[in-house]
Design a protein. Structure first.
Length: 364
């Protein structure tokens, strides 16, 4: 029977790839401690993204692999999730009480961006993260309805300066809709809208969030620029349908974030396939492979591909989006995968930016 040592345990861990970081736990820097006491091995791993629903299965798989090693009679693997604050654009100060800001954007309206943002926020919360969502779609705010917040609900004011976000389904929600009534259109020019957005971002008393999801207005105009120049955004998610017209606009969204040095974490392909509720026939109403085409062109990943489903629409309209209305449904599981991929991409994009050499000049 051979003696077990740290190197042997690491060699076993290296054979398993974290499906979200696309690396083994050793290479990814997740190993916090390996303790070998005779035939007993205990390993502590730390994931940098929210993975509450994934970590026990991952721990079990690794535990089984270590238990099967020669000379090991018992193994224990603990996996914890510790979400750190990751860097945003240079020269923009961080936001108090918010570790990471994820902007959910689209090149055009009607592609399901707000629904995706709501389900992403709820899925991150189900994975154990502290999450807030900011409805920055000033002209068409819809998060209040999707989170089942009654019309006319107003946020409390703290110290005559701070809005206290409204909590719904375990997520902190702030929206322009809470400051106006449902029938009043925001007939505002660009500078007023940008000012309102900045106030919503900086004067909301967020409560130590791991992730703040921002539901952006569609397009690449004033509001997007303000956000990119004044708000510390960690990464963006582009929502599109497979249709060529939508892709045309989504390309502009990707380019805009690239120009302002905000990493594009990936693309969500919405309404990818329609499955007939009567006969089960699958039909690609908006074409197919559009998201992949966009992702390949810009070297980003398709984070999720979602069907055109009546349930997604009904559940959002009823104030309980799919991620919590039917958490075990295939669609909800796609949203959970999306949440874990987004968290992991944030970790990876920072690691990639650190790997780049920095060029400095001296006065010599």
């Amino acid at each position: 029977m051979s003696a077990v040592n740290r190197a042997a345990v690491e060699a076993v861990l290296r054979q398993y790839t974290d499906p979200y970081l696309n690396q083994d736990p050793v290479t990814a820097g997740c190993v916090r401690n390996i303790e070998v006491q005779g035939e007993h091995v205990s390993v502590q791993l730390e994931l940098g993204y929210a993975a509450g629903l994934f970590k026990s299965g991952w721990a079990q798989m690794l535990q089984m692999a270590i238990s099967n090693m020669d000379g090991v009679s018992s193994a224990k693997v603990d996996v914890s999730c510790v979400i750190a604050a990751h860097k945003a654009q240079a020269q923009i100060p961080g936001l108090a009480n918010v570790k990471n800001i994820v902007a959910v954007a689209s090149g055009k309206g009607g592609v399901g961006k707000s629904t995706t943002a709501a389900n992403l926020a709820l899925a991150l919360a189900r994975e154990g993260a502290r999450v807030g969502i900011l409805d920055a779609d000033i002209y068409g705010p819809s998060q209040g309805v999707m989170f089942g917040i009654a019309e006319g609900t107003r946020p409390k004011i703290r110290d005559q300066k701070w809005f206290v976000p409204i909590e719904a389904h375990g997520v902190e929600v702030m929206s322009m809709a809470f400051l106006t009534d449902d029938n009043t259109p925001m007939v505002w020019r660009g500078p007023m809208v940008s000012g309102a957005l900045l106030q919503l971002v900086t004067q909301t008393a967020w409560n130590d969030l791991d992730y703040l999801v921002i539901d952006m207005p569609p397009g690449t105009g004033d509001i997007q620029l303000t956000l990119a120049q004044k708000v510390p955004v960690t990464g963006s998610v582009i929502v599109t349908t497979p249709q060529d017209l939508a892709l045309l606009d989504a390309r502009k969204g990707v380019e805009m974030f690239r120009k302002v040095n905000i990493p594009v974490l990936g693309v969500v392909e919405n309404m990818a396939v329609h499955i007939c509720s009567n006969c089960g026939h699958a039909e690609h109403l908006f074409g197919e492979g559009g998201g992949e085409k966009l992702a390949t062109e810009y070297g980003v990943e398709v984070l999720a591909s979602l069907p055109l489903s009546m349930a997604i629409r009904e559940q959002a309209d009823n104030g309980k989006p799919t991620a919590i209305a039917d958490p075990d449904s295939p669609v909800a599981l796609i949203y959970q995968e999306l949440a874990r991929h987004v968290g992991a991409r944030i970790v990876l994009s920072e690691a990639a930016s650190q790997a780049m050499p920095t060029i400095t000049s001296s006065d010599d």
